[in-house]
Ligand binder design. Structure first.
Ligand SMILES: Nc1ncnc2c1ncn2[C@@H]1O[C@H](COP(=O)(O)OP(=O)(O)OP(=O)(O)O)[C@@H](O)[C@H]1O
Ligand SMILES: [Mg+2]
Length: 333
């Protein structure tokens, strides 16, 4: 049975919390050797979990901290989400995905309560709990809270730490920025898996994996190695380029039967994806300044308001004292 509060949110906004039956497996993921090794180490911990905490009795000795928490850190499109799915598949479990970035904005004022509900639902369904886009969770709690949002974030992290301590299952966090980790949060993460950008060999295999081996019509000139050597892209970029190339080939005139994706479609698509990405990064960079500007503007407005309130209270106090003195003088006469 699912928690009523939780079903309410899953029904209302499917994209914030979603239970996924994993379709993709580790065979669908191509990883640089170091990333693959750390991931396998993480999987071994999961597989030995029952042995250590069940048969060897450590679960009875250590009631708290029996769960397994992993952090998948890496640049966008390096395969963090598909790996979470593949791990759940490997373990024969469902994946309960919480889109954390979305959740924080949609659940404003309710985030801690819903975090608790997500852990409960994962326990009930024996699902792997996956916090996607979890950068906001990972960041340090602010010491001097000023904004209501900070206060809510701090409370959310405290609740999350408490839930993590009590949870007996598997939790995976995906983050793009792992540098600013909250130390208490970091202590509870068993393994950090760094998702590196794919090298040439991995890119060749990812290009090949993105097309259907039998159904996708490729022209004879297609050379994935050449594409892999020429364009330094993430797996996500390659996926986007393949779809773009297919769209361009399909839009050409003539009967569908004769349509094929050629090397020039892939080349152009790869260039488009990379240039769109550099435009995005530029505007994000500029947007970053804008965002921090607006935060400091908001902070200075808040500071001015605070000063005004203190002055007003001071004046009101002085007026009250003067009035009381006047009343006392009148009575004394
Ligand atoms: N290592 C990889 N091996 C195979 N395919 C990959 C790999 N990385 C990415 N892809 C392809 O790109 C798509 C997007 O990858 P995914 O969503 O897992 O990236 P991500 O690291 O979670 O990105 P983000 O940080 O933006 O959420 C996948 O569905 C898959 O098709
Ligand atoms: Mg992702």
């Amino acid at each position: 049975m699912t928690t009523p509060l939780f079903s309410f949110f899953t029904n209302r906004s499917r994209r914030v919390v979603e239970t996924v039956t994993p379709g993709r497996t580790l065979a669908d993921v191509v990883l640089p050797p170091q990333t693959r090794r750390t991931l396998e180490h993480a999987l071994a911990q999961v597989r030995n979990h029952e042995l250590i905490f069940g048969r060897w009795g450590l679960g009875e000795r250590h009631i708290a901290g029996r769960g397994l928490a992993f952090n998948f850190a890496g640049a966008p499109g390096t395969g963090k989400t598909i790996c979470a799915e593949a791990i759940a598949h490997e373990l024969g479990l469902k994946l309960l995905v919480v889109d954390y970035a979305q959740a924080e904005s949609m659940w404003f004022g309710e985030t801690p309560k819903n975090i608790v509900a997500a852990f409960r639902a994962a326990a009930e369904q024996s699902a792997v709990l996956f916090f996607d886009e979890a950068d906001a969770i990972a960041t340090r709690r602010s010491a001097g809270t000023i904004l209501p949002h900070d206060r809510e974030s701090n409370l959310t992290i405290n609740v999350l730490l408490r839930e993590l301590e009590a949870f007996n299952g598997i939790v995976i966090f995906a983050t793009n920025l792992a540098a600013n980790f909250d130390p208490a949060f970091e202590r509870r993460i068993r393994t950090h898996v760094l998702f590196e950008m794919p090298g040439v060999e991995e890119r060749v295999r990812i290009w090949e994996l993105q097309i259907h081996p039998k159904k996708t019509p490729l022209r004879a000139d297609v050379d994935f190695r050449r594409l892999a050597e020429r364009y330094q892209m993430s797996g996500g970029d390659i996926k986007n380029a393949v779809i773009k190339a297919a769209a361009a080939a399909a839009a050409e005139s003539g009967p569908d039967l004769g349509k094929q994706i050629g090397q020039e479609h892939f080349e152009r698509a790869a260039q488009d994806v990379l240039s769109a990405k550099s435009v995005m990064q530029q505007s994000l960079f500029e947007g970053g300044f804008a965002a921090s500007d607006s935060v400091s503007q908001w902070q200075s407005v808040a500071a001015r308001w605070r000063t005004a309130v203190v002055v007003a209270l001071g004046l009101a106090g002085t007026a009250l004292i003067a009035a009381l003195a006047a009343v006392a003088l009148t009575l004394l006469r």
